[in-house]
Design a binder for this molecule. Sequence first.
Ligand SMILES: *Cc1c(COP(=O)(O)O)cnc(C)c1O
Length: 384
Amino acid sequence: MHYTSHIEISRTAFRKNIRYLQSNIGNAKFCSVVKGNAYGHGIEQFIPVAESEGIDYFAVFNAMEAQRILQVKKPQSSIMIMGMIEDGDIEWAVKQNISFYVFEFERLNAAINAAKQTGKKAHIHVELETGLHRTGFDQRDFEKLINILQANKKQLGIEGLSTHYAGAESIASYRRVIEQIALFKRYRALFRKEGIRPKYVHGACSAAALTYPETIMDMVRFGIAQYGFWPSRETKMHKILSGSSEFKADPLRRIIAWKSSVMSVKQIDKGSFVSYGVNYMTDRDIRIAVVPVGYADGYSRKLSNAGYVLINGKKAYVIGLVNMNMLLVNVTNLKNIKRGDEVVLIGKQGNNTISVASFIEQNNAVNYELLARLPGNIPRIVVD
Ligand SMILES: *Cc1c(COP(=O)(O)O)cnc(C)c1O
């Protein structure tokens, strides 16, 4: 039996992205961020692709995601949890050699206890507050923190010293970010002076690494860019326009494609309302194609009367409201559309491409959200 749509992951596109991003970070470690089901690409499908391209360090938000990676990763690959893990699961993480962020004393104590219980080191990333104001030890905690780290050297492996920047993708946050960078460097020196030598000092996400090279340090946590999306238009323009030649082609390739097929084709008379309510009235006789994808599949209702899909290499606009399981597109001007024809919701067909951003042409922040909301039950397949 077939699902009504499927997602394709392109190995070739991923390889191009990795090469480009690696060329930006020199010898720093490439950490692949796969939270949010690998930004919708599918953890189980994405991890082996990344590993086959030489990636061996993965970051997730929570313990459940780490558990999923454990099932599919190569033995030598590392996992880092950047966010939620219950104190009760820390022993499990220690046993599995999963490193995790520590940003408060409760978790630090839980890590030390877990190390004592298991007889193994807890590998931690000490997260510092530099101005995002989300998680991270504050400067006033440092003395106590450093004392605990020094007193428990047997239990703790300091895998990382980390922070996260508050909006490196937008010029409006410029001051905020450069202040964070300066602070993080100061803290790095301070911890070093106290004899605390983390394996990786890391702060950069995609936008930071591409916009502020000094944030690269020992490791970059690449999320959105490895999937072929720019964190924002500003980041893209900054990189492309600061290149050596006057015009440079976009070095990033989207690796995702989302496809379905025409379920039914139907003739509609002039003066009819299409789909629920009165959102769309035909001003002539038209032909529509029904696509079995709706908001239950992650196709936003905001695309009602606005989005488009590709059929036979041509654009077909969504008309009327997007339903729970279906959407309707106008195919009046397309020739020979029949049931079973491929429908591209995201990706390329013929000479046309639908990027996630062009779903709603506002800003690229929608990329993160739309990708992460692609339902986990849509089948993902890897293509070359
Ligand atoms: C999501 C996340 C990243 C990756 O961010 P991108 O903008 O997708 O590159 C890096 N670090 C942390 C802490 C994150 O939460």
